[in-house]
Design a protein around this ligand. Structure first.
Ligand code: NAP
Length: 316
């Protein structure tokens, strides 16, 4: 269903999972009169043309940003500064500039240094994704019922924040505004640390002596395979996340190590009560996530089990 466009010209720079999902959603909903897209990679631009990702595919970020009303950099966190530097001389006065990076303080600093005062700079982070990357991985519904966090710069006009909020809401997202520093702390525990733990466990299993790799794979349904989905996430993206959210991740890692020590002690001492109490509290967190609609209640992450009778997917 198309609607009245929210922007005249929108430029999407970077056509991977997130950029191509925005383009697919914005095209399907008619959120821009003209969608101009680009990517640093000629192969990706070629594939984007085949997939129809945009009304026009520009040869460079500068060309894409030219005369755009909204520019969104959908590139790895470490590339955001370079994109801002390239597009800065081509931005028209009154344009909104944003990004989708998973870290906000570093992106705010890296991009703001190049952007002119005549634009409204509003970093954003859609908290939605999969372990896949590239232009084929995107889909229009990726942001539906997910949260998008805006961390506006001090100079950004409230009207511009409202316009960007309307764009994300049209894509199906719920929008919340907070400071970049607070975003980085919250995401360190809800996203960055879980990824670090998954990367660690999967790496540890690979290097184990005494347990063969084929045993790890064969018996992975015991829990391991759920970590492997997260540990399959894009290496460039996650390298940049840890390099750019160092302080918050280290702070959360400290808390985590203390809690791990407590559980280690409980196991060593045979303190069943401490273990039971802890596991009861964590089970409530999972139920909370399901209850607010951020995951389905189906058993085993909703994996199909055709040999079993269908389960009710309603809220527990
Ligand atoms: P992706 O699928 O790897 O796509 C990124 C694209 O940007 C690639 O095609 C890449 O080209 C291109 N690119 C890199 N540097 C560029 C530059 N300087 N100019 C133009 N294009 C450039 O990554 P993604 O998953 O969409 O992630 C993009 C951003 O979204 C990241 O900042 C990430 O933190 C954030 N994010 C990701 C998720 C997620 O789950 N994946 C969720 C929320 C937010 P090359 O391949 O040639 O380098």
């Amino acid at each position: 269903m198309t609607r009245t466009p929210l922007f005249n010209r929108v430029a999407i720079i970077g056509l991977g999972l997130i950029g191509s999902s925005i383009v697919r959603g914005a095209m399907a909903l008619g959120l821009a009169t003209e969608l101009v897209t680009t990517d640093a990679s000629a192969d990706v631009r070629q594939r984007a043309a085949e997939l129809g990702l945009g009304h026009r595919i520009a040869g460079s970020s500068a060309e894409a940003a030219n005369d755009a009303d909204l520019v969104i950099a959908c590139v790895p966190v470490g590339a955001c500064g370079a994109v801002a530097k390239e597009i800065a001389p081509h931005l028209k006065a009154g344009a909104i500039v944003s990004d989708v990076g998973s870290v906000k303080t570093a992106v705010l600093k890296d991009m703001a240094q190049y952007l002119p005062d005549t634009v409204d700079f509003i970093p954003a982070h859609p908290v939605a994704g999969t372990e896949h990357s590239g232009p084929d991985a995107g889909f229009a519904e990726l942001f539906v019922n997910r949260w998008c966090i805006l961390t506006p710069s001090e100079q950004a006009a409230p009207e511009a924040v409202e316009r960007l909020k309307a764009f994300w809401q049209a894509l199906g997202a719920n929008v919340e505004t907070m400071t970049a520093e607070h975003h980085d702390l919250v995401l360190a525990i809800t996203s960055h640390l879980p990824h670090l733990i998954a990367y660690t466990i999967v790496g540890t299993a690979e290097e184990l002596e005494g347990v063969t790799e084929s045993e790890v794979l064969k018996f992975s349904a015991g829990g391991f395979r759920d970590f492997t989905r997260i540990a399959a996430s894009d290496p460039t993206m996650w390298r940049d996340v840890f390099l750019n959210n160092k302080d918050a991740v280290l702070e959360m890692l400290g808390e985590f190590q203390e809690d791990l020590s407590k559980l280690t002690r409980a196991i060593r001492r045979g303190d069943g009560e401490a273990l039971f109490d802890h596991f009861t509290r964590t089970r409530a967190i999972r139920r909370g996530i399901v209850n607010i609609g951020q995951d389905a209640a189906g058993a085993d992450f909703g994996r199909p089990h055709p040999h079993l009778p269908p389960k009710d997917d309603g809220k527990s």
